[in-house]
Design a binder for this molecule. Structure first.
Ligand code: SF4
Length: 429
């Protein structure tokens, strides 16, 4: 049987997609090639951001028409939206055959083979091990390695703790086994979790795990995502500073720069505490690049609160930022706050945030001209005989005449920039 797997939402879902894909292939299913017609359509859903939810609902409505033309087609919905809405989804989309929650990704192939129909979700109260088998990875050079699942923080706007459950860290042996099984072409790994800084397994902390992995795999470039500002500790910063193969980039979501809003968000840090963490990072790693997440229009946010967030972009010199318009998620505390901000104001603030981020990113990009940079060459660019890759801060860099080096980490001298893009020349060894 042939399957089509579509993934919505975050990096965690993309990592889960690789597991589902591998499990299906190992069970005799084949992923469709372009223009082939599948027997099964699997949608890996997200309910964290409104945009991903809307895209998914749009897709589900269009699939209803396909089901009318091809009634034998099987539809499977997996992930956060499935965990959140459960059997309500069958009322809205009666053509769905199977709805599977977030912690059962290892069972997708098995449930399909058993011709299971209906809802399959469990409570997230135990550490469900992820298989450490050799995964069919969608990227030949980069691999996401989940080190933990779930979150204990209950930020008032966020649905993750409800749909992905409490924090459960993976044991070191399982993580090592997964890295050992990576294809030889892998050059970069991303240690992944909703809040990696609170990783703990048998007294092994995140900083210890990071140190151990970077030393054991000193041929790999290492990143990690996502860090919570309140949990980023000095030891982790020291480990980053002392291991050359850990990218000197950190994604540190500020969400708001107003202390009043941060408290309402239950973020458990103030602006000045965030500022001090950044100071510490810059002291130990002067070349550090910072990226962030910022929400516009959280309930009760005043223009004064918003301006603090807006000004934080240049204050911290973020190299990139994911900006969002606040959208109430059912079941979260903030969705019940009475002073919701009207849609037009949220939209208008988001627009200003995006403009400010663009301005800052271009400024930060221009500052790279003349500098040397280590770039993982990912493939051909859209123009000419140019290839593209990413530096340690995840910035896109285009380089000429390096086709034979695709898949390698090369040293580049940055020569010019255009918008968010950088251009450079290979520095011969
Ligand atoms: S830290 Fe907060 S925003 Fe991040 S996943 Fe946990 S609850 Fe959500």
């Amino acid at each position: 049987m042939k399957f089509l797997l579509e993934t919505y939402g975050c990096q965690m879902n993309r990592a889960d997609a690789d597991r589902i894909r591998t499990d299906l292939s190992n069970s005799g299913f084949t992923e469709i090639e372009k223009n082939e017609i599948p027997d099964i359509i699997i949608l890996l859903s997200c309910s964290v951001r409104q945009h991903a939810v809307e895209r998914l609902h749009g897709r589900l409505w269009s699939l209803a028409n396909i089901k009318r033309i091809k009634p034998e087609l099987k539809f499977v919905l997996v992930g956060c939206l499935a965990q959140e809405k459960k059997s309500d989804l069958f009322d809205k989309y009666p053509f769905l055959n199977l709805v599977i929650g977030t912690d059962q990704i290892n069972l997708v192939a098995d449930l399909i083979i058993r011709n299971y129909n209906g809802l399959y979700t469990v409570q997230h109260n135990e550490n469900i091990p992820l298989n450490s088998f050799k995964l069919t990875r969608s990227d030949p050079f980069k691999a996401d390695i989940p080190i933990m699942r779930g979150c204990n923080n209950f930020c008032t706007y966020c649905i993750v703790p409800y749909v992905r459950g409490r924090e459960r860290s993976r044991c070191k042996e399982e993580i090592i086994k997964e890295i050992d099984n990576l294809p030889e072409t892998t050059k970069e790994i991303l240690l992944l979790g909703q809040n990696v800084n609170s990783y703990i397994f048998d007294n092994l902390s995140f900083s210890e795990l990071l140190d151990l992995i970077s030393k054991k795999y000193n041929n790999l470039r290492i990143r990690f995502l996502t860090s919570h500002p309140k949990d980023l500790d000095l030891k982790t910063i020291e480990v980053m500073a002392s291991n050359d193969n850990i990218c000197k980039h950190i994604h540190l979501p500020i969400q708001s720069a107003s202390d009043r809003i941060l408290e309402l968000m239950n973020r458990k840090y103030t602006f000045s505490e965030f500022d001090k963490k950044v100071e510490q990072l810059k002291k130990f790693i002067p070349s550090i690049s910072l990226s962030t997440d910022i929400i516009a229009g959280f309930p009760s946010e005043t223009e004064e609160d918003f301006l603090k967030s807006l000004n934080s972009i240049s204050h911290f010199g973020f190299c990139s930022a994911f900006t969002y318009k606040y959208s109430p998620r059912n079941g979260t505390k903030a969705s019940e706050f009475i002073n919701q901000i009207p849609e037009e104001i949220r939209k208008e603030r988001l627009k200003r945030l995006i403009q400010e981020v663009e301005k800052e990113v271009i400024l930060q990009t221009q500052k790279q001209i003349g500098k040397k940079s280590k770039v993982l060459l990912e493939g051909k660019s859209h123009y000419g005989n140019t290839c593209m890759g990413r530096d340690e801060a995840n910035r896109v860099i285009h380089i000429k005449n390096v086709e034979n080096l695709i898949g390698e980490v090369i040293e580049v001298k940055i020569t010019s920039s255009s918008g968010w893009n950088l251009y450079g020349d290979l520095i011969p060894e």
